[in-house]
Write a protein that binds this ligand. Structure first.
Ligand code: FDA
Length: 394
């Protein structure tokens, strides 16, 4: 069969793009390296797929060009995807902070996307998804793209790069999108692990003793801050607030944690006046898990009763608790990163269509592009929105 478009990658963006273009009557071939489509969708959200965030907007994304995502995000919204989910009768719930999950299983989202691909037939289009494909060459000749996979040669007028980023390589994730982009002369913003646990060493090593303990904190790096849970691990720091801030953290910089974001300034002096026989450990236990309270009190070296501690010492302890600086010595890398920040330079692409400016009919969508969402359904929303933008132009 002759195809209008070849899409490389049957993940969230690739499948959705295929379905939308197929439903416009286009003949689409999707070539996927893995044995089955949508594998990251299946493991996402702990198997329940946090398929969008109802509040998703450009401010929830990192990119060298913060304006790039605006157009696609505004033309295919979280409500649009939710309407699709509801039209399939898939039950969902909001977990927290606008994060929408399937009640049952992420498998429902993959099944929905494949059924959407099948619907292409109703519009005179066609979507064929071929898995276990080993793409060995991609070329452009005489106005067509030629893709060699598993020894066969496929041709189409346009090509969509939807092969994602290299996070979680043990699932088969690759940096192939960047190789291909470079082959066509497109720049790539240095990829780096994002939404990833941070590792600690040196003085912070003591916190390993409380591996498994979590608390709601405000984690900040530079001017960016997230209020969510932080989790101490045997290697360092994790939990939603840390994953979020990891996307903004730069090697050599600190991450500050406010352990008591609800306490007003002066609370420790107030505690001293109200309860002079208590000690720091016990007042911290009122607000924090016991083991965390104990280690913080130990590290602050305030062991005497509050009534016997100088105000100056307590003010310093309070300030430190509000801004405890950790100096991560690294992150757990692509092996544990939920997404990849960086990617195909947005300056190379049209923000309306995702088409490469200097290579007509070549498109890039999803995580392969230098647009990275926060934790909480934002990355899938970018996959859907960028896929819809490209599909409308194919
Ligand atoms: P995606 O990775 O989905 O698809 C790329 C496809 O290309 C894959 O099927 C891959 O096998 C294929 N491929 C790679 N190289 C190829 C090659 N050379 N030839 C052919 N095919 C190739 N986001 C979110 O919003 N909510 C959530 O709940 C989660 N949860 C989550 C959990 C975990 C553990 C991870 C690792 C990630 C998440 N994410 C998430 C992030 C989300 O999964 C991710 O941003 C999207 O899947 C990106 O969609 P893409 O289609 O761009 O890439």
């Amino acid at each position: 069969m002759a195809y209008d478009t070849i899409i490389l990658g049957a993940g969230a963006a690739g499948l959705f793009c295929a379905a939308r273009a197929g439903q416009r009557g286009k003949r689409i071939l999707v070539l996927e390296k893995a044995p089955t489509p949508g594998r990251k969708i299946l493991i996402s959200g702990g198997g329940r797929c946090n398929f969008t965030n109802i509040g998703a907007g450009p401010a929830n994304y990192l990119s060298a060009n913060p304006h790039f995502a605006k157009s696609a995000l505004s033309r295919y919204t979280p409500r649009d995807f939710l309407d699709l989910v509801e039209s399939y009768g898939i039950a969902w719930h909001e977990k927290t902070l606008g994060q929408l999950f399937c009640d049952q299983s992420a498998r429902q989202i993959v099944a929905m996307l494949l059924e959407e691909c099948d619907k292409a037939k109703e519009a005179g289009g066609h979507v064929e998804v071929m898995c276990d494909q080993h793409v060995t060459a991609v070329e452009q000749a005489d106005g067509s793209f030629l893709v060699r996979a598993n020894g066969a040669l496929h041709g189409a007028h346009s090509l969509v790069i939807a092969t994602g980023g290299p996070s979680i390589p043990k699932m088969g994730a690759t940096g192939y999108a960047y190789d291909l982009a470079r082959q066509f002369g497109l720049k790539v913003v240095e990829p780096r692990p994002a939404l990833v646990p941070l590792t600690l060493g040196g003085d912070d090593v003591l916190f390993r003793d409380i591996s498994g303990v979590s608390a709601e904190v405000v984690a900040s790096s530079g001017k960016t801050a997230f209020r969510e849970a932080a989790l101490f691990t045997h290697r360092g720091l994790s939990g939603p607030s840390i994953l979020q801030i990891s996307s903004y953290w730069q090697s050599g910089k600190t991450v500050a944690i406010n352990f008591l974001p609800d306490r007003a300034e002066g609370w420790l002096l107030d505690a001293k006046r109200a309860n002079p026989r208590s000690n720091l450990k016990s007042v911290l236990k009122d607000a924090l898990p016991d083991r965390l309270a104990a280690i913080l009190a130990e590290k602050l070296s305030v062991t005497v009763e509050l009534g016997n501690a100088p105000d100056k010492t307590l003010r310093a302890a309070e300030a430190k608790l509000a801004r405890w600086e950790f100096l991560p010595n690294g992150s757990e890398g692509f092996a544990k990163a939920e997404v990849t920040a960086g990617g195909i330079d947005t300056g190379e692409l049209s923000s309306k269509t995702m088409e490469a400016k200097k290579v007509p009919r070549l498109y890039a969508i999803g995580e392969a592009v230098d647009v990275t969402g926060w934790l909480g359904g934002y990355n899938f929303q970018w996959a859907w929105a960028s896929a819809a933008a490209a599909a409308a132009d194919l």
